[in-house]
Each structure stands twice: as C-alpha cells, then as structure tokens.
Design a binder for this molecule. Structure first.
Ligand code: SAH
Length: 361
C-alpha cells in the first residue's frame, strides 16, 4: 500500500478527482493530519464514512511502529521507531520552558529533532549513529511521519515551534527525500513552521551545501566542524580525509550570501582531544569575519567509546577563549540524558540489550 506521507498532494488530488470528489477534500485531510493531529482516517469525521474507509484501504498513513517511547523529567520525549523493513530510527521532542522572544507564549519552544537515514555513513568517531555505518536513506514519508508522531505527543495547547535535522544520519546525503518533507513542515497548510526555525545540520558536504543554496537557502544551516584545523579534524571526522575545512567554510560563506541567515558551527567538545583554549583561539581566528554562532556541545558519552566529557572548568576556559576573540557562543544544554536523547543512543542501547538477552537465553 502506498505511504500517504510520501507525497500527500500528488497522491490524493488525483485520487479524489477520480472519485468525483471536490478539491477541498485534500484540504480536509491535510487539516486533520497537520492541524488536528489525527491518528487515522477514521477520525476524519467531516469526510463521509465510506470515503474514509476507502482511503484507509488505499493508503497507509503510518509506515512504522513505535518500538519504544521514553520520557525524561525535563519534558524531553523520545521515540524509537521500527520501519517496515525492520530498520530502527530515533526522533526526539524537546520542551523548553523559557518563553522564547516572539515565540509561542507561555508554553515556550517545542523543538523536534528528526532523523534522515538509518544509521550514518560519516563515521564521526564519537557518535553512536554511525557505529554500524549507513543502511539506507529514509523516504520523505518516513521523515514526515516522525514530525507527525512527535506532534501527537503534545498537549492540545502546545505547538511545535522548531525543527532540527540533527537525528540519525547525514541530512545532506538525503536531500531529495528531506526537502519535500521540510516543505510539508513549513507550508501554512502543513505544520506552519517557518524556514528560519528549521535547522539542517551537516558534517559539511560541499557539493550538497551548494545544491541546498541553489534549491532553497531559506533554512538555517549548521555545520559540524569539531576542530579548528584539518589535521585534528581528520582524527575526529573521517570524511575530513577528502574534504578540507577551507572548502567547507567557502561553501558556508556561499550559503550565507544566499540566505542572509546567521550560520551555526557545531563543535563537540571532547576532553583532551579538541577542548584546549589554544583550539578555541585557533577556531576563533578561523571563523573571524563571519556572522556566525558557535554551538559547543559537551560530549554526551556513548557506551563503549573511549571519549570523555571535558570538566566544567575546561568547558568554561574554552568558552572564554572564544568569547575573548569576539565569537558568539552557545553551549548546548544537555536534555534528556536519562533517556539517551543524543542521536543514535537509544537505538544502540536497545540493540545491545537485545543482544544481551539473546546471549542469556
Ligand atoms: N550528520 C549531521 C547531524 C549529526 S547530529 C552532522 O554531522 O552535523 C547533530 C550534532 O550532534 C552533530 O554536530 C554531531 O556531531 C553531534 N553529536 C553526535 N553525537 C554526539 C555525542 N555523543 N555527543 C555530543 N554531540 C554529538
């Protein structure tokens, strides 16, 4: 059965037409999906019963099953989904209680973090998602499905306000499926989240950055640097063997010229590896002259990997060294630690557990 979320309009418009139904039917289904957060066609009560049944027989609304749903005390919720072919992905809802300027009132930010691939092929040495490589790209429907599933976790008065494409996978390696999914997110008759509240995070693939700038530069772009020079970056990010920082920064600048949006550079802080004040100073010099913010992410430990989170004193020293050179710095607060909210961790834990139970039985 075709997955409706793969291409809602392109599938439904001709389908309704063939049944002599007005074009407004498509709008009704969209409102149920994105506005009313419906869980199935049966709930779409302003469509005739027979039509709802026919829809349910013609299209699958959901293509995955929720294997696990975890909640942390800070409001973070995480879903582990099993896809039709057995692959597993994760996505996360983050709640921020501080009211954001111009934001959604008292309820604050509601950010979802979504995946674009099963696994990841980039192999960053500290990251759980890439430990077993990449299995495949997600489809558009599988990406939209994460958004709708997470939206259904909200209470009626809560609204999604931001999307970060920072789950499993390298988004720029799957732009063809990702862009139509993000278009559903930003459309007024979709989730209605404006482009500037949608951030795509990339390891820095120059050709794909160029392509994104050409197709749609309205999204915020975050580029994972993790090192101020190529020699150190090669130890942390394997694709740096083939891609230099100079190329990445040139494409980031090009994207900025097209988008006018402040760039974000991400930097995972790994104790003893890339966290010295000298590293910070070199990074600041490298980024000088750019309208950018550096998003520092203290390492979130992954079981079995030999990296460590720097001490608070080391984190503070790194921050000061950046700020002294005029860099805008943001430290990412760790949320949802108790539920393994960092990408790839829940899937990994669930696999390790099922391996353990297999060994035991
Ligand atoms: N492939 C994309 C998205 C990765 S997830 C990219 O490389 O940007 C978003 C960010 O989280 C990336 O900067 C990634 O390097 C970082 N990250 C991954 N695992 C982490 C961990 N265990 N601790 C801290 N940050 C991590």
């Amino acid at each position: 059965m075709p997955h409706l979320l793969d291409a809602i309009d392109a599938q439904l418009a001709p389908w309704f037409k063939a049944r002599g139904q007005g074009a407004y039917r498509l709008g009704q289904v969209r409102r149920w999906l994105f506005g009313q957060r419906a869980g199935g066609f049966a709930e779409m009560t302003d469509l005739p019963q027979a039509l709802r049944e026919e829809l349910a027989g013609a299209f699958a609304l959901w293509s995955s099953e929720i294997a696990r749903h975890t909640q942390a005390g800070d409001g973070t919720e995480k879903l582990l989904s099993t896809l039709a072919d057995g692959g597993q992905i994760e996505c996360v809802l983050l709640r921020d209680s501080e009211p954001s300027p111009g934001g959604r009132g008292r309820s604050g930010r509601r950010t979802i973090c979504i995946s674009t691939q099963v696994g990841c092929g980039m192999g960053c040495v500290f990251c759980a998602s890439g430990l077993e490589g990449v299995t495949r790209n997600l489809t558009t429907g599988e990406i939209v499905e994460q958004m709708l599933r997470l939206q259904r976790l909200l209470s009626p008065e809560e609204r999604l306000s931001h999307i970060v494409v920072m789950g499993m996978g390298e988004p720029l390696a799957n732009l063809d499926a990702l862009l139509p999914a993000l278009a559903e997110a930003s459309r007024e008759d979709g989730l209605g989240i404006s482009h500037r509240r949608i951030t795509i995070s990339t390891v820095g693939l120059p050709k794909a950055m160029r392509r994104l700038a050409e197709i749609d530069p309205r999204y915020r772009l975050a580029v994972s640097l993790h090192a101020p020079n190529d020699a150190l970056r090669r130890q942390i990010v394997p694709v740096a063997e083939k891609i230099s920082l100079a190329e990445i920064l040139a494409e980031a600048d090009h994207y900025f010229e097209h988008s006018g949006r402040q760039l974000t550079f991400e930097y995972v802080l790994l104790g003893g590896l890339n966290d010295s004040p000298a590293n910070a100073t070199e990074l600041a010099d490298r980024l000088a002259g750019r309208t950018a913010i550096v998003n520092v992410i203290p390492y979130n430990p992954v079981a079995g990997l030999p990296y460590r989170t720097p001490s608070l004193a080391a984190q503070r020293a790194f921050r000061q060294a950046l700020e002294q050179r005029g860099v805008s710095v943001h430290f990412r607060h760790r949320k949802g630690d108790a539920i393994d909210a960092a990408c790839g961790q829940l899937r990994r834990r669930s696999r390790v557990k099922s391996q353990e139970s297999r060994v035991k039985s």
